[in-house]
Ligand binder design. Structure first.
Ligand code: XUL
Length: 598
């Protein structure tokens, strides 16, 4: 096959590299597992921590070693890099890398006979000039920036106005508050910093042989980018820089952000042509964040949604409506100007479901304690919202074994009986459930799935429309399931019943590689697009529906979808009660743990 494209996914626990052909089919894949392959860095689940300050970070040297290693592994598998015409990648969002004043020189003059880490890292004892002013990259799980977040939320008046300007209210993991804290905690290292990259643009820089621009979508994970005006938000830059006098300097550290997500930053660094046999003509196409890259793994239309079910839950949609809110995130779409990516990030997902599964297996004395069979059977046999008849109250619960960010509450479990208002009675009632109305754990199996999907429906309902040419109510067109939970048919079934999906619920066959695949597709588009050809059109032309996705079940079911619609108001009230009882004035540790699309 002639042209090939290389996509990377640099995430918390691994670096994955995949090669696809111009027909988008997977040819090679290899990965470096940080804990297994690079344990010498003393990491656990890919990171180092300083619990006293809530810090989570990763050694940049580890990333460098992983790059050489993953390329070596791809080669061992038979990858012929001389065929690669385009390279792109995805990085875990929000993380930053601080380059020294020597970085550009070192990047441009790499010796192909030596490894990256040998030449770019300053060494444990600082025995040589390194390319970094700080040896670590703060990780998205870091929660050390409470003080800075309060400043960010207040800087433009309140969290709502910050979300309006930057797509999100302040979050611990976002790069703006992280840069501010770095500048305050390590003033000398900050002064010695020539450039700041995100994880994605750091990776692009290595391949490019010079510091690469930050990507138009990934930049929105910083609380620093004025989305509507397409420029840095200077009040927020000033805050991060520690005052007006630092504004211009921080702006130059961050650099310009090109609008075109398909832009080529130039050809690959000679280091890679000499060391690994890449063609000198291979283009480096803008690298983006892991979540934006995931939506590029399929021709996601404006009304489609991706539900990523890992340890945590992520919900992604592409939309042309900009409706930011402190509860969720809006980012520029990674390829399509005028479009946005809507993102919900929950901490409680798989773990919460596993708690119920275990309780059900225990109650049933199931020998295989990890089996989902009893949980699934119970969930599917329980009637919608636990209502055996229309007049029964609805069962509505919340299951947060870990503190949650959507809504922002401490850990807890809530179970309520809800009767919506009706034509004969215009007041609704919400009362704590009793042993009689809510048998534990049986009723929990369905209730936890309903609770997780109702939360997604509640927060995405203003973004969906009635499917054109039908009399159906507003809902997504397709729901695509990715991540570990996507293989569970009962979960997919409930996703369809609650979220709808006029065209059905689908599973991405290559779900585990979605993020790296999205990057490889972006590389293919950046190199191969006709003038003015958008990413979705490019992908559609090469997309093999039968080979790449599988329809799991129907989405919309008449009557059931509407019943869940009636439950939404009650669900909001349940959340309100949880906030009253255990609302987290102070932020908990944010972001999702591991899994999902990370
Ligand atoms: C998103 C987020 C994570 C990281 C790592 O806001 O923090 O999803 O991108 O996966």
């Amino acid at each position: 096959m002639a042209d090939q494209f290389l996509g990377f996914d640099l995430s918390t626990q691994q670096l994955k590299g995949i090669v696809v052909g111009s027909d988008l089919k997977l040819i090679h894949e290899a990965k470096v597992d940080f804990d297994a392959d690079l344990a010498k860095y003393g990491i656990e689940k890919g990171v180092l921590t300083n619990p006293a300050e809530g810090e989570v970070f990763a050694p940049v040297a580890l990333f460098l070693e992983a790059i050489d290693l993953v390329l070596q592994r791809l080669k061992e598998q038979g990858a012929d890099f001389s065929k690669v015409q385009g390279i792109s990648g995805a990085g875990m969002q929000h993380g930053t890398v601080f380059w020294s004043k020597d970085a550009e020189h070192l990047l441009a003059n790499l010796d192909a006979g030596k490894t990256l880490v040998e030449q770019l890292e300053s060494g444990a004892k600082g025995e040589r000039k390194g390319a970094f002013s700080h040896p670590f990259s703060p990780n998205w799980q870091d929660a050390s920036t409470q003080k800075q977040c309060e400043g960010f939320d207040a800087a433009l008046k309140d969290p709502k106005s910050l979300a309006e300007a930057t797509g999100s209210s302040a979050h611990h993991r976002f790069s703006g508050p992280q840069i501010q804290r770095f500048q305050e905690k390590y003033p000398e290292a900050y002064t010695a910093t020539a450039r700041i990259s995100l994880v994605s643009s750091f990776l692009a820089s290595i391949f490019l042989g010079k510091v690469a621009p930050i990507d138009i979508s990934d930049v929105c994970g910083a609380n620093l980018w004025d989305i509507k005006n397409g420029r840095w938000q200077e009040d927020l830059l000033t805050l991060a820089a520690g005052g007006k006098s630092g504004l211009a300097d921080l702006k130059s550290k961050l650099g310009d952000v090109p609008q075109d997500g398909g832009a080529s930053f130039g050809t690959i660094s000679p280091y890679f042509t000499k060391r690994y046999g890449f063609a000198a003509s291979a283009q480096v196409i803008a690298f983006t964040g892991d979540n934006p890259s995931t939506i590029l793994a399929l021709p996601l239309r404006a009304s489609d949604a991706i539900v990523s079910l890992g340890t945590s839950t992520t919900f992604l949609m592409s939309t042309n409506q900009y409706k930011p809110d402190p509860a969720y995130h809006f980012l520029n779409h990674p390829t399509t100007p005028g479009y946005y990516m809507f993102m919900l990030c929950y901490k409680n997902g798989g773990l919460a479901r596993e708690h119920i599964r275990d309780a059900i297996n225990k109650a049933a004395n199931t020998t295989d304690t990890k089996s989902w069979d009893a949980f699934n059977k119970t969930a599917l046999e329980t009637p919608v919202l636990g209502q055996s008849s229309d007049t029964d109250p609805m069962r509505l619960g919340l299951y947060f074994p870990r503190p949650e960010i959507v809504p922002n509450v401490k850990a807890g479990t809530w179970r309520f009986s809800y009767t919506p208002s009706s034509s004969s009675n215009n007041t609704s009632t919400l009362t704590p459930a009793t042993e009689k109305t809510w048998p534990i754990p049986t009723a929990d199996a369905r209730a936890i799935l309903e609770s997780q999907f109702l939360s997604l429906r509640l927060r995405s309902q203003s973004l969906v429309h009635a499917p054109p040419g039908t009399s159906l109510p507003p809902q997504p067109r397709r729901i695509y399931m990715v991540g570990g939970g996507a293989v569970n048919p009962a979960i997919a079934e409930l996703a369809g019943q609650i979220l709808g999906g006029s065209d059905g619920v689908y599973k991405l066959e290559i779900g585990g590689n979605a993020c790296a695949l999205g990057a490889a597709y972006k590389a293919a588009w950046g190199v191969g697009r006709a003038k003015g050809e958008g990413f979705e059109d490019f992908l559609e032309k090469r997309w093999n529906e039968d080979g790449f996705v599988r329809r799991i079940c129907d989405g919309y079911r008449e009557g059931v979808f509407e019943r869940y619609g009636e439950a939404l108001r009650g669900f909001e009230e349940v959340e309100g009660r949880a906030i009253e009882e255990r609302g987290e004035g102070k932020r908990g540790v944010e972001g999702k743990v591991e899994g999902g699309v990370a």
